[in-house]
Design a protein around this ligand. Structure first.
Ligand code: BG6
Length: 488
């Protein structure tokens, strides 16, 4: 759709999310010339900042030549205002309207009667949950104009459990239409996550074996080599399950496991994702392994409880491994094992789809085929395949059919997840955003286990910073049918 003007208001413009993600993502789109004409960015936050201080902050994570950054900043301005004072929101509205007027007076389209409908306003909430609601209510009451297109961009945490998420959603949906809301999960903007649909539905040989007849188990693993450094206050309330599992990893699971959507249309895609989530019973404690990191073995890295912002008695897990079962005809009996770990040995987010053994094979069992989709740090897809070792012997070996993006494509073209998602917000494409019913289902699956962990004060197992995880980590997936190749 063509807009006469597009305005993005970044609330929380002096905060971390805005500097680290929102402004760099907008810059990436600007640099790639993907922003529509008459595009303006208004940073809004409480601090009184001189323009040069704002510019310094907003560009602190942008890596590009100074002249390009300077021309990007020409479309950015800063307004300070409170999050609860109506007058400040009136000023914001006047500022937005003045910009829109200017843009449309430049354009001959002004003659059109529905000129207002050709304006887009994006309200980007780079805000902590405590101020998100007052801001979105004030925007709706004071700034919102039903004659223009309004998009509200929000980010997790979307509540704390199923109940609080429902309360939050009902408060937001009093004011905003679902079609106006873009619930961001940045994993949906990652290249490899966006690629899963193409991989599954455009390749005969994957789709043909994508079921319980051929797949033994699926592992979705998130490992990070750092702890809560500086974020303990937030993390201690939420824990690893809420921080990455219920949202990021569950999104990956739903795209891996869903049925083929009726079309690529956003509602069809989200219908399919929601439908598969509905087939998943809540996770149980008996199929869960919890851990919390302690000081590194060499003593150089602090334990979780050494973080000053963490409660000294905290039982909050920084490691979790759970088994998820999907009760439908495609997946019945195929465990999806999800693991999320902070302060472990490596940085890696990876999906492993392990295939079943060939029945009655004449070849002795050596290993299983595995399709591996690496989401980060590098984008890769490889298929673990058994071949005969070259040479005169008939020895077998496990090798990789390897598609490493950096070797095959220009991987500098891979956008930042936030840039890709912002482009979808501008283009009104909801496919990669979380719908309310989908979110509710994800909470339904995780809320009982979270309640049990908290009510029964389950003590997580310790593991040293930089290790693989707590004791039992290496056997957990084996319990659910994962086959480790024997030493080759
Ligand atoms: C965030 C979590 O949502 O995702 C962080 O709050 C986590 O704790 C991050 O580190 C991981 O994202 P990425 O893109 O680095 O894999």
């Amino acid at each position: 759709k063509h807009y006469v003007s597009t305005i993005v208001v970044v609330f929380g413009a002096s905060g971390d999310l805005a500097h680290k993600k929102t402004f760099p993502a907008l810059f990436q789109l600007f640099q790639a010339k993907l922003l529509p004409e008459n595009f303006r960015i208004i940073g809004y936050a409480r601090s009184l900042l001189e323009r040069d201080v704002f510019v310094k902050k907003a560009t602190s994570y942008i890596k590009a030549p100074a002249d390009q950054v300077a021309s990007f900043m020409e479309i950015c301005e800063y307004m300070h205002g409170s999050y609860d004072n109506a007058e400040d929101f009136v000023k914001l509205r006047e500022n937005i309207e003045a910009g829109e007027e200017k843009a449309s007076s430049h354009k001959m389209e002004r003659t059109s009667d529905n000129i207002l409908k050709n304006r887009l306003r994006i309200y980007y909430m780079a805000l902590p949950p405590s101020v998100f609601l007052p801001v979105s209510e004030n925007v709706r009451k004071i700034v919102y104009n039903p004659e223009v297109e309004n998009h509200l961009v929000v980010e997790k945490p979307f509540g704390f459990d199923q109940e609080s998420s429902r309360v939050l959603n009902s408060q937001i949906s009093k004011d905003w239409l679902e079609a106006e809301i873009f619930r961001t999960d940045h994993y949906l903007g990652k290249e490899m996550v966006k690629n899963i649909m193409a991989l599954r539905f455009a390749n005969t040989f994957y789709e043909a074996v994508w079921n319980k007849e051929h797949i033994s188990n699926v592992q979705i693993t998130f490992r990070e080599p750092f702890g809560t450094e500086g974020r303990g206050g937030y993390f201690d309330q939420f824990g690893i399950i809420r921080d990455v599992m219920q949202n990021h990893l569950m999104q990956v699971l739903s795209i891996l496991a869903m049925e083929q959507p009726a079309s690529l249309n956003a509602e069809d895609v989200r219908d399919s994702k929601t439908a598969v989530l509905k087939c998943i019973p809540p996770i149980v404690l008996e199929e869960t392994l919890l851990g919390q990191y302690t000081k590194s073995v060499d003593g150089t890295k602090p334990g979780y409880l050494d973080d000053d912002t963490v409660n000294k008695e905290s039982n909050t897990p920084t490691f979790a491994e759970v088994a998820i079962h999907i009760d439908n005809d495609r997946w019945r009996g195929v465990p999806f094992i999800m693991k999320a770990a902070k302060a472990v040995d490596v940085a890696k987010v990876i999906v492993r789809i392990q295939f079943k053994d060939i029945e009655h094979s004449i070849i002795p069992k050596l290993a299983r085929n595995e399709l591996v989709i690496q989401i980060s740090p590098e984008d890769k897809i490889y298929l673990k395949t058994i071949v005969k070792e070259p040479g005169l012997s008939s020895k077998l070996t496990l090798s990789d059919l390897n598609l490493s993006y950096s070797a095959v494509f220009d991987d500098s073209l891979i956008p930042e997840p936030y840039a890709s998602l912002l482009l979808d917000v501008i283009g009104t494409d909801h496919s990669n955003f979380v719908r309310a019913d989908e979110l509710d289902e994800a909470w339904r699956i995780f809320t009982p286990i979270l309640k049990r962990i908290e009510n029964e004060k389950i003590v997580p197992l310790p593991y040293p910073y930089g290790s693989r995880g707590p004791e039992g980590e290496s056997d957990f997936h084996i319990r659910f049918g994962h086959y480790k190749p024997r030493q080759l």
